[in-house]
Write a protein that binds this ligand. Structure first.
Ligand code: BES
Ligand code: MN
Ligand code: ZN
Length: 489
C-alpha cells in the first residue's frame, strides 16, 4: 500500500532536531506552553516558534489549523508545521490536527514531535488518512516515498496503538482506491480479482459468476448487467473472528462499476462521475479489510453485487418485467434506477444463506439524497430503532455524517405497478424514500436492517476533514466501530 506512510517511533532526541532535513511538525497546546522539543526548535530558530504563538492566531483556533514556517534559519528542516491542539484533545480534534500534517506532507521525511499529548496515535491516524493521494495514473507522481518519525515520551506504548489504528486507514484507503479507479480499469472482473486477493488476510472470498447467479434466480441483478460485455458477479467475503456458530452481521454493497443509466441514458454532463457508483461495494470491501487486518472478534459477511449498467441491443428495456430471486416481479420503468435491482437480489441471498443477526446495505442509490442532505450526511433508513441508534452513535463518534430518514406505507404505495408486483421507481416525490421502500420489500420482518444511501458522501468535489477531493471512504470508520460496539465490547 503505497499510500500508507512508513512510520517509526522514537524517544524525543533534542540533538537530532537541528540537522533533520524534512518537515517537522510541532504539536502545541492552546495555552502556548512548549514541550522540550518545541523549546529546542524555538531556540534554534531564535524564537520563531514563540513569535508565531504570540500572533494569537492559535488561540481558539479549531483543531486542524496549521501554521507553517518554511526554511527556518538555524535548522536544516524544510519547514516547521505548528499544529494547534489541546494536551488532552478529543479523538476527532486529534485526527483533525493530524490531518493538517497529512495535508502539508509532501514527498520525503517528516518528523512529528508530540511529547505530552494524550492522543498521539489518533494524530498519526489523521495524518495517514489525509495524506492519501490517488496517483496510479499520474505518470510522474507514482513513486513518492514518504516516511514519518513520531517522537514522543513513550514510543513503545504509542507504536502498537498506531498499528491498530492504521488498519482503519488501510481499509479506508482501499475503499478510496476502488472508488477513484476509472471504470476501464476497475472492470467487474478486476474488482472481483482485487477482492479475491484479500484471502491472503484470512478472509474467505467466494466469487459467484453469471451461471451461478442464474441458477440462484438473481434475475433483477443480472438484468442490470446484461447490456454490458463485462460479466456480472457477486462476491462474498467472510470474516469469522467471532464465536463459532453465532450468526454474522451482513454488509451488502451496490457495486455498479459504471452507471450510464442504461437505455434510460443519463445526460452527458457529469456522467464521468458514475465511476463512483460502486461506492457501497467499496465501503463493504474496505470494512472487511480493516476487520481482517485487526483480527476482529466478530463474524461479519460482506456481499457485493458487481455489474455495469450499459445500453445495448440486449440491455434491459423500460417496461420489461423481471422476476427477482425472492420471486416478486418488478416492472422496470427506468433502467437508471438499477442499484435497487442489484441490491434486492443480493440482500435476499444474504438473508437466505446466512440468516444474519442484522443487515446493512450501502449504495450510491439516489441523486435525491444529495438534494435532501447534500454532501454532509448519508441517508439512514431502518426498520429497527436499536440497530439504527447504535449505528448513528458510531457514525457520530467517528465524525461521519449520518441522518435518519423515514419509511412508511404511504411511500411504499407509490411503487404499485399495473402489471407486476412493483415498479422500480416511485416518481419525483421522495425519491430516496421510495428507493428505500423498494429495498425493504426484500427485507424479512425478522431481520434488523439499515439502508445507507451514500450518493452524497462517497465521493466529493471539495476536500473534507480527513480526505482530499474525490473518494472519501465514508462509512469504513463508522461500520468498523459498530462491529466493535456490537461484538467486541
Ligand atoms: N447511481 C445513481 C445515483 C447517483 C446520482 C449516485 C448522483 C451518485 C451521484 C442511481 O443509479 C440513479 O441513477 N438514480 C436515479 C433514480 C431515478 C431514475 C429514480 C436518480 O437518482 O436520478
Ligand atoms: Mn442509475
Ligand atoms: Zn446507479
Amino acid at each position: 500500500m503505497p499510500n500508507l506512510i512508513a512510520t517509526t517511533f522514537a524517544a524525543v532526541d533534542l540533538d537530532a532536531l537541528a540537522g533533520f532535513e524534512g518537515r517537522i511538525a510541532l504539536v502545541i497546546a492552546q495555552d502556548g506552553k512548549l514541550d522540550s522539543g518545541a523549546r529546542r526548535v524555538n531556540r534554534l530558530t531564535k524564537g520563531a516558534v514563540a513569535r508565531v504563538i504570540e500572533t494569537g492566531e492559535l488561540e481558539g483556533a479549531s483543531a486542524g489549523k496549521v501554521m507553517t514556517l518554511t526554511y527556518p534559519t538555524g535548522m536544516a528542516a524544510q519547514a516547521i508545521d505548528i499544529l494547534c491542539l489541546d494536551r488532552r484533545p478529543s479523538v476527532l480534534d486529534a485526527r483533525a490536527a493530524g490531518a493538517g500534517l497529512g495535508k502539508a506532507m509532501g514527498e520525503g521525511a517528516a518528523l512529528l514531535i508530540a511529547e505530552s499529548n494524550t492522543k498521539i496515535a489518533q494524530i498519526v491516524l489523521g495524518a495517514a488518512m489525509r495524506a492519501y493521494e490517488f496517483t496510479p495514473h499520474k505518470t510522474k507522481e507514482n513513486d513518492k516515498s514518504r516516511s514519518l518519525t513520531v517522537m514522543c515520551a513513550k514510543p513503545e506504548e504509542v507504536a502498537p496503538e498506531v498499528a491498530t489504528l492504521m488498519t482503519i486507514a488501510e481499509g479506508s484507503h482501499m475503499t478510496r482506491d476502488l472508488v477513484n479507479e476509472p471504470a476501464n480499469v476497475l472492470t467487474t472482473t478486476e474488482f472481483a480479482d482485487r477482492l479475491k486477493e484479500m484471502e491472503s488476510l484470512g478472509l474467505d472470498v467466494e466469487i459467484l459468476e453469471e451461471a451461478d447467479l442464474e441458477k440462484l434466480g438473481m434475475r433483477t441483478l443480472l438484468c442490470v448487467g446484461q447490456g454490458s460485455d463485462s460479466p456480472s458477479k457477486v462476491v462474498v467475503m467472510r470474516w469469522n473472528g467471532g464465536e463459532k456458530d453465532t450468526a454474522p452481521l451482513a454488509l451488502v454493497g451496490k457495486g455498479v462499476v459504471f452507471d450510464t443509466g442504461g437505455i434510460s441514458l443519463k445526460p452527458g454532463a457529469g456522467m464521468e462521475d458514475m465511476t463512483m457508483d460502486m461506492g457501497g461495494a467499496g465501503v463493504v470491501s474496505g470494512v472487511m479489510r480493516t476487520l481482517a487486518l485487526r483480527k476482529a472478534k466478530a463474524n461479519v459477511v460482506g456481499l457485493v453485487g458487481i455489474v455495469e449498467n450499459m445500453p445495448s441491443s440486449n440491455a434491459v428495456r423500460p417496461g420489461d418485467v423481471i422476476r427477482s430471486m425472492k420471486g416478486d416481479t418488478v416492472e422496470v420503468i427506468n433502467t437508471d434506477a438499477e442499484g435497487r435491482l442489484v441490491l434486492c437480489d443480493v440482500m435476499w441471498y444474504a438473508q437466505e444463506r446466512f440468516k444474519p443477526l442484522g443487515m446493512i446495505d450501502l449504495a450510491t442509490l439516489t441523486g435525491a439524497i444529495i438534494v435532501g442532505l447534500g454532501h454532509e450526511n448519508a441517508g439512514v433508513f431502518s426498520n429497527n430503532d436499536a440497530l439504527c441508534d447504535a449505528f448513528l452513535k458510531a457514525a457520530e463518534a467517528e465524525g461521519e455524517g449520518a441522518w435518519r430518514m423515514p419509511l412508511g406505507k404511504a411511500y411504499d404505495d407509490l411503487l404499485k405497478s399495473r402489471i407486476a408486483d412493483m415498479k422500480n421507481i416511485g416518481g419525483r416525490a421522495a425519491g430516496s424514500v421510495t428507493a428505500a421502500q423498494f429495498l425493504q420489500r426484500f427485507v424479512k420482518d425478522e431481520t434488523p436492517w439499515i439502508h445507507l444511501d451514500i450518493a452524497g458522501v462517497a465521493s466529493v468535489k471539495s476536500e473534507t476533514r480527513l480526505a482530499p477531493v474525490g473518494a472519501t471512504g465514508w462509512g469504513v470508520m463508522a461500520l468498523n466501530r459498530l462491529v466493535h460496539d456490537m461484538f467486541e465490547s
